[in-house]
Design a protein around this ligand. Structure first.
Ligand code: NAD
Length: 350
């Protein structure tokens, strides 16, 4: 058996098209342009990349984008005030605080400060609470879980009465996706870091959702033949390179493995450090002084590869349906965010 690979890019593309048409209609009939504000605190590499792709996606569908970048040491009160300001900004229909926030900020407090009518990420306790209650409808459903449901539904995968296993119970993915599946009458088993005998539990699943954050933890022999497997995990794994060597950061004594970037060095690379050839100083990309001229530095790079929580090649031989990484759940997350923002604008004026 070879699994049908679910094309998240294609399904997300259809959602984006619908949103783009809707945005044009709103402008034409109501003179309104939906707006999304994102708040990014600090310069976490992955968070910056996520926020950038949200900005690009907004541009593509005509949603106005308001990006707010705050320094790592911003106080909780300053962040709270910005959220409040955006709550009252009539151009903003959706507010997204990029997680994780630095440790000195109480994420719960900040997420609760978002006006529930602009909670397009669906993380406000009021929205999550309603998701977990029978016969209640949240205003917004978290984007990644909602995207997982769409992938199942678009492929007419039967949910009602199915045995469904969710790996992971985070507020962002595992818990809400499990609640959504329960609301569609699946029998849901949540697994987490303390769960015993994961492989045997997974083998029972008609639908398996993997949202753990451990590269390829789900092996082919964990999967029930013919089942549907949705891989939420996005894990950056390193591929070793012949010229890899160890560098020590001049200021922090921390070490990392990388190699010099050469002109022939093509493919997926990530800059993880810099070397100043004159002084011999080595910086990691996180501690590069702000005033330094990057042009005078040699880039230190590693080859990277994105993999999911599921061993794709093994799973493909067993599952009935399978999402790839990248190109499965990832594109859906952003498409749903656009849809939620558009819906929010529509709701405010209906
Ligand atoms: P998280 O770290 O908040 O939660 C991980 C969950 O996995 C926890 O509930 C934990 O109990 C469980 N877990 C950890 N080790 C386990 C083990 N050995 N066995 C079983 N369960 C275990 O992570 P998250 O925010 O829920 O994200 C999970 C993954 O999904 C990550 O790879 C993340 O990058 C990815 N993600 C992808 C998207 C997307 O758009 N595709 C969006 C959000 C998160």
């Amino acid at each position: 058996m070879t699994a049908i690979v679910i094309d998240g890019v294609d399904i997300a593309g259809k959602i984006r098209k619908t949103v783009s048409n809707g945005v044009k209609q709103l402008a034409h009939h109501n003179g309104i342009r939906p707006g999304l504000a994102t708040i990014l605190v600090g310069n976490n590499f992955a968070s910056e990349a996520y926020v950038n792709s949200k900005r690009k996606a907004c541009d593509e569908v005509g949603i106005e984008y308001f990006g707010h970048n705050l320094p790592d040491d911003v106080s909780e009160i300053e962040l709270y005030e910005l959220v409040n300001e955006l709550n009252f900004d009539s151009r903003v229909h959706g507010i997204l605080v990029q997680l994780p926030l630095p440790d000195h900020i109480n994420s719960e407090k900040i997420l609760e400060a978002i006006n529930i009518n602009k909670d397009v990420d669906g993380f406000h306790p009021n929205n999550i609470g309603k998701l977990g209650m029978k016969n209640r409808t949240p205003l917004f459903v978290p984007c990644t879980p909602s995207g997982c449901m769409m992938l199942l539904e678009e492929n007419s995968i039967n949910i009602s009465g199915s045995k469904t296993v969710v790996l992971g119970r985070s507020n962002i993915v595992g818990l809400p996706v499990g609640m959504l599946l329960l609301n569609k009458d699946a029998t849901v088993t949540f697994c987490h870091s303390k769960t015993k005998d994961l492989p045997n539990i997974c083998r029972e699943a008609d639908i398996l959702i993997a949202a753990v954050g451990i590269p390829e933890i789900v092996k082919g022999d964990w999967i029930k033949p013919g089942s549907s497997v949705i891989d939420v995990g996005i894990n950056n794994t390193w591929i070793s390179h012949d010229d890899d060597r160890e560098f020590t950061c001049s200021s922090s004594e921390k070490t990392f493995i990388a190699h010099y970037q050469s002109l022939s060095d093509k493919g997926n690379r990530r800059i993880i450090g810099y070397l100043c050839e004159n002084s011999g100083d080595v910086y990691s990309s996180e501690n590069l002084p702000k005033d330094i001229d990057k042009n005078g530095l040699v880039k230190l790079v590693r080859k990277n590869k994105l993999v999911g929580d599921v061993h794709f090649d093994e799973a493909k031989l067993v599952a009935g349906y399978l999402t790839p990484v990248p190109g499965g759940v990832g594109p859906m997350t952003i498409a749903v965010l656009l849809q939620n923002t558009y819906n929010s604008a529509k709701l405010m004026y209906s």
